[in-house]
Design a protein around this ligand. Structure first.
Ligand code: ZN
Length: 258
């Protein structure tokens, strides 16, 4: 199999501003995810963070990325619109996107969903049980009936996203809420997976089962087939079957309105 080129993007703000988060993730959340994914030799990994020029997501980097993972929370608004648009465009072209935890309010995800992406939440360190509801799905491979997280942030319904094309996980929280915690969408030629566990004050990205889901999601989201359709004018003489041109024509042969 060809290597999968993965870019792990992290805002990298909490780890530097909060001692507790820095203690759990001394290399940053991106560093923790990268070191877990090093166990998978098929991944060619790089990381990028908010404070780098163009947030580390230059045109060249995105061109060389098969799957982008995204973790952000405190600084969504600091992401430049041009970079968010570039990510959106690359997804439509076929780049995979794995959006983690509070990335639900990131600019790229909201652009791709076209909805509020709001949810309800509570930070109480309660138990979360991430139920596999689609055991045949490749993102659930290697996961038994559920993943149990002793301490988690509650994310609850209603989740303001378009109906997912496929659902893989639903979470139950100790306080009673449920949440669509693992969802798939396709936009253009690109595959998007949202996975909610991952609050920064709990060591969730050190959990091997969570790491496995992220690795599975990268496999699932890798580009396949050709890039998205592009506009193309097919003149009458190039039609597959011979036809005669009839009726008025509003367009030039280049497709521009006259
Ligand atoms: Zn959180």
């Amino acid at each position: 199999m060809d290597p999968i080129r993965v870019t792990i993007w992290n805002e990298f703000v909490h780890e530097r501003n909060h001692a507790e988060v820095g203690r759990i993730y001394p290399e940053g959340i991106h560093g923790a995810i990268a070191s877990a994914l090093r166990a998978f030799p098929e991944f060619r990994l790089r990381t990028a963070t908010l404070r780098e020029p163009e947030h580390g997501l230059t045109k060249d980097v995105l061109e060389e990325t098969d799957v982008l993972t995204w973790w952000g929370h405190a600084a969504h608004e600091e992401v430049e619109d041009a970079v968010a648009a570039r990510v959106q465009h690359r997804v439509i072209e076929g780049m995979g996107l794995v959006v983690l935890h509070s990335g639900h309010l990131s600019k790229p995800f909201r652009r791709l969903m076209g909805t509020s992406c709001h949810l309800c939440w509570r930070e109480a360190g309660e138990r979360e049980r991430v139920w596999v509801i689609n055991p045949g799905h490749p993102i659930a491979r290697g996961i038994d009936r559920f993943i149990e997280l002793e301490n988690s942030e509650c994310y609850g319904e209603p989740f303001g996203v378009p109906a997912p094309d496929e659902q893989v996980f639903i979470s139950w929280f100790e306080g009673g809420e449920v949440f669509r915690s693992g969802n798939c969408w396709v936009r253009g030629s690109g595959r998007i997976f949202y996975f909610s566990p991952g609050h920064e004050t709990y060591p969730i990205y050190h959990n091997p089962l969570i790491q496995r889901v992220i690795a599975n999601a990268i496999h699932w989201a890798r580009p396949r087939g050709s890039r998205a359709d592009v506009p193309r004018h097919v003149p009458v003489e190039q039609a597959r079957e011979k036809i005669l041109s009839r009726g008025p024509q509003l367009h030039t042969t280049e497709g521009a309105l006259q």
